[in-house]
Design a protein around this ligand. Structure first.
Ligand SMILES: Nc1nc2c(ncn2[C@@H]2O[C@H](COP(=O)(O)OP(=O)(O)OP(=O)(O)O)[C@@H](O)[C@H]2O)c(=O)[nH]1
Ligand SMILES: [Mg+2]
Length: 284
C-alpha cells in the first residue's frame, strides 16, 4: 500500500498545539507590587476595568490575587486538510476559516508592604513565593510620597527580581499645585513640570538602590492618564526567553482585555454623556 501522503501542515499544527499548551500552563504574567495604599489594585482596575477591592482609608489587599484576562479574535487559518474541497480537475485549495483564538494575560495583585511590622515577614514570604511566576513586575509608588527608604529597603530584600521590575509613579493628579486639567485630562503646565522633577528624583534614588537606571513611568490610575504608556512598558520588559509570547500581546491595547459586556456598558455610558453634552449645548 502506498504510504499515506504527509500533510505539510502537520508539523505546524503540532508546534501550534505545543505553544498553546505552554501559554495555557504559563500564561504571560504581570505582578503588581509595592507599599500599601499606592494604588496597586486601582491600577489594575483602571487598566482592565476589573473590580478588585480598593480602599482610601485602610490596607485592603491581604493575599495575592490572580486576575485572568483574555482577548478573543478571529484568526484566518487554513482549514483541516480533510475538508479540502477539490473536485475533479480542480487543484486542492485549502479554504480559509476564521478560527476563534484567545490571547491570555494574567495580572497578579499583591498585598501592600509596610502595612504593619507584624505582617511584613508573611507578606515578604508571599512576595518571594509569587514573584518567580511573574514575567514582569510593576513596582507601584505614589507621586505624593517623597520618602523612598521603605521602597529601597524592600527592594533589597527582593533583589533577585531586579531584572523584571518596572517602576510606576501613580497618583500624579495629586501633585502640587493639584490643578489637573479635567477637560483635556492632562496635568497643568506647572503640575507637569513637578511630575517630571519627581520622576527624575525617584529615578536617581532607585538607580542608587538597584545599581542601574530602571524603567520608570508616571501615570494616574484615577484619570486613566498614560495607561497606554504603562501597558507598553510592561510588555517591553518581558524576559528574552518569553519574548515570543509577548510579541502576540503587543498587537493589543490594555482596553482590548476588558470583557465584552463591560465594553458595551462603557460605550453606552460614553454615548449617553455625549448626548447630554450635545443637548446642553443646544439649550445655550
Ligand atoms: N487621586 C488618586 N487617587 C488614587 C489613584 N490611584 C489610586 N488612588 C486611591 O488610592 C487609594 C488606595 O488605592 P488602592 O488601589 O486600594 O491601593 P493598594 O496599593 O492596592 O492598597 P493595598 O491593597 O492596601 O496595598 C484609593 O483611595 C484609591 O482611590 C490615582 O491615580 N489618583
Ligand atoms: Mg490593593
Amino acid at each position: 500500500m502506498p504510504e499515506k501522503e504527509k500533510d505539510p501542515q502537520d508539523p505546524l499544527r503540532e508546534i501550534l498545539a505545543m505553544l498553546e499548551r505552554e501559554i495555557a500552563e504559563r500564561p504571560p504574567t504581570i505582578g503588581v507590587v509595592g507599599v500599601s495604599g499606592v494604588g496597586k489594585s486601582s491600577t489594575i482596575n483602571s487598566l482592565f476595568r476589573t473590580s478588585l477591592a480598593t480602599s482610601g482609608t485602610v490596607a485592603r489587599t491581604k493575599e495575592f490575587e490572580d486576575v485572568d484576562l483574555s482577548v478573543r479574535f478571529n484568526a484566518p487559518l487554513a482549514a483541516d486538510s480533510s475538508e479540502k474541497s477539490s473536485g475533479p480537475g480542480e487543484s486542492p485549495v485549502a479554504p480559509q476559516t476564521n478560527a476563534p483564538t484567545r490571547v491570555l494575560l494574567r495580572v497578579v495583585d499583591a498585598p501592600g508592604l509596610g502595612e504593619d511590622l507584624a505582617l511584613d515577614d508573611r507578606y515578604l514570604e508571599q512576595y518571594l513565593e509569587n514573584l518567580p511566576r511573574c514575567d514582569v513586575v510593576l513596582w507601584v509608588m505614589s507621586a505624593r510620597n517623597r520618602a523612598i527608604a521603605l521602597d529601597q529597603m524592600y527592594l533589597q530584600k527582593l533583589s533577585r527580581f531586579y531584572d523584571k521590575i518596572v517602576f510606576g509613579i501613580n497618583q500624579v493628579d495629586l501633585v502640587e499645585p493639584m490643578d489637573w486639567h479635567t477637560g483635556y485630562n492632562i496635568p497643568s503646565r506647572e503640575q507637569e513640570a513637578n511630575i517630571k522633577a519627581i520622576s527624575q528624583d525617584r529615578l536617581e534614588h532607585l538607580a542608587s538602590a538597584i545599581g542601574r537606571k530602571p524603567a520608570l513611568l508616571y501615570y494616574s490610575s484615577r484619570y486613566g492618564y498614560r495607561l497606554e504608556h504603562l501597558f507598553k512598558a510592561l510588555l517591553d520588559a518581558c524576559p528574552e526567553n518569553r519574548r515570543w509570547i509577548y510579541a502576540g500581546l503587543k498587537n493589543f491595547s490594555h482596553l482590548d482585555f476588558i470583557p465584552a459586556e463591560t465594553q458595551q456598558k462603557l460605550v453606552f455610558r460614553a454615548t449617553r454623556r455625549l448626548a447630554q453634552m450635545l443637548s446642553k449645548s443646544d439649550h445655550r
